[in-house]
Design a protein around this ligand. Structure first.
Ligand SMILES: C[S@@+](CC[C@H](N)C(=O)[O-])C[C@H]1O[C@@H](n2cnc3c(N)ncnc32)[C@H](O)[C@@H]1O
Length: 443
């Protein structure tokens, strides 16, 4: 049956969207201006004209990828494949994928993480397993598990191998790695409500860009006085899981510590004070120390102390840290105890806060800096004026709803750094969509 026949049938039944003519009823949903398009728009592929061109692009990029297996052509091919899916999907299908498919998969993944499904599924080299056997081993309701796994099968999170039988995929097995899997329960338990309740918050507070951290979307959704970090820490194991999630975010992306990004030897190690007690790098809000550990591993000969700072409860969760790295409980809104370090480093910290709070954090750092020697290194997204990458804009939605904060453009960073009384020396970047390193000094 064609799309037109479908519409005609609905019209005959008088059931198409509650109207007799197959058109949406614009008085019923409160938009009486007659601008609602005909339903056929939603039932045909979104952009069928682009399909031939996209297929050609995909073939050509696909050849480059097969020949080189390089990051750039992989990312380009992925973007083109997404465009093709979107062009072929009807708006109705996209709507259901967004409203049901993805949230349903999120729900099933988080539930299966809690039940312990993925490690069990990965056992015996990932051989196919019956839901009934898994349910017995995991002491879980068989019907429930079957329903969760059935949806995960249709969403390609796991692979169906027969009736009520599945095997893992690389993705489902990767979910057994805490830095990959733990974001699901962390955000299910202490994040997503702020996303889903955002429209209601906007309605209540008058459609303004969120800036309040006492009456923001997060406080509204969780009925709490805490900010995201306080709430997660007050609800174990969410804090620990969230910090693992942060460890996953940074994986597989260009790192400023690698050759071809920021010249670590020339701009940091060279000229660093070698006197006893001199600090090379202070990682503020460094979480579990993923970055400073990486620095230690990649630049083992750089002279000076390496200091990881975060709230004491966060530092107490750390299970693995290079012996040379010092842990120091510190609230970055208070006086910086390490004076005159070569560099004060912050990764994914300032994007969690409003400009006003960032100015306080930077003010504390500035007061500890040694003129002509110390640097501030800010590792964050610098969103271009046009052509932003989806990971950066997605993170912007997260920090907007969870923290009343934002990802910043270059103009915004320059203004913020200037207002903090610092000089922006250079923004080091290697590709659009990955974080940059913003190098600042005292003027
Ligand atoms: C988004 S996480 C980034 C962690 C780490 N820099 C990374 O990139 O993986 C922000 C960090 O800021 C820490 N934090 C929040 N408020 C803080 C405060 N007042 N003082 C110090 N650290 C704080 C959190 O505990 C968390 O580890």
């Amino acid at each position: 049956m064609t799309v037109t026949e479908n519409i005609q049938n609905d019209t005959t039944n008088g059931t198409a969207n509650g109207t007799a003519n197959g058109k949406a009823d614009d008085t019923a949903n409160g938009t009486a201006n007659g601008t609602i398009p005909d339903i056929s728009l939603a039932l045909n592929p979104s952009d069928v004209e682009s399909v031939p061109g996209l297929l050609k692009d995909i073939a050509s990029t696909g050849n480059s990828f097969v020949a080189q297996e390089d990051r750039a052509s992989r990312l380009q091919l992925l973007a083109q494949a997404r465009q093709l899916v979107r062009a072929l999907e009807t708006p109705r299908e996209t709507m259901l994928k967004n409203c049901w498919g993805e949230p349903g998969a999120y729900c099933a993944i988080a539930a299966c993480m809690t039940i312990g499904v993925f490690p069990e599924l990965a056992k015996d080299d990932g051989s196919p397993k019956k839901v009934s056997d898994l349910a017995k081993t995991l002491n879980c309701d068989e019907k429930l598990l079957g329903r969760l796994m059935r949806h995960l099968g249709t969403m390609a999170v796991i692979k169906e191998t027969g009736p009520n039988e599945y095997k893992p995929t690389n993705f489902s097995t990767s979910l057994t790695i805490p830095v990959i899997g733990d974001g699901f329960p962390a955000l299910a338990g202490g994040g997503m409500a702020a996303v889903y309740k955002f429209p209601a918050w906007l309605q209540k507070y008058g459609f303004k860009n969120p800036e309040s951290t006492t009456e923001g979307p997060y406080q509204y959704a969780y009925d709490t006085h805490h900010n995201l970090f306080g709430y997660l820490m007050a609800h174990p194991p969410l804090g620990m899981q969230f910090n693992h999630h942060m460890g996953g975010y940074r994986q597989g992306r260009p790192s400023w510590m690698d050759p071809g990004f920021f010249p670590v030897e020339e701009r940091l190690a060279a000229g660093a004070d070698t006197a006893e007690g001199a600090a090379l790098l202070v990682d503020l809000g460094g979480g579990h120390g993923h970055d400073i550990n990486e620095f230690r591993r990649k630049h083992p000969d750089a002279p000076g102390r390496l200091i990881l700072q975060d709230l004491p409860d966060v530092l107490a969760q750390i299970t693995e840290l290079d012996g040379k790295i010092e842990r120091m409980g510190h609230d970055f809104l208070t006086e910086q105890p390490v004076k005159g370090a070569r560099a004060y480093y912050m990764h994914s910290v300032l994007h969690d806060w409003s400009d006003e709070t960032c100015l306080k954090i930077l003010g504390r750092v500035k007061a500890a800096m040694r003129p002509g020697y110390s640097k501030v290194l800010i590792n964050e997204n610098v969103i271009p004026d046009a052509g932003a990458g989806w990971e950066a804009t997605a993170l912007d939605m997260m920090v907007m709803t969870l923290l009343s904060a934002e990802e910043r453009t270059e103009k915004h960073w320059r203004s913020l750094v200037g207002r903090a009384g610092l000089k922006l020396v250079k923004i080091w970047s290697v590709e659009n969509g990955s974080e940059s390193l913003i190098e600042c000094e005292l003027p």
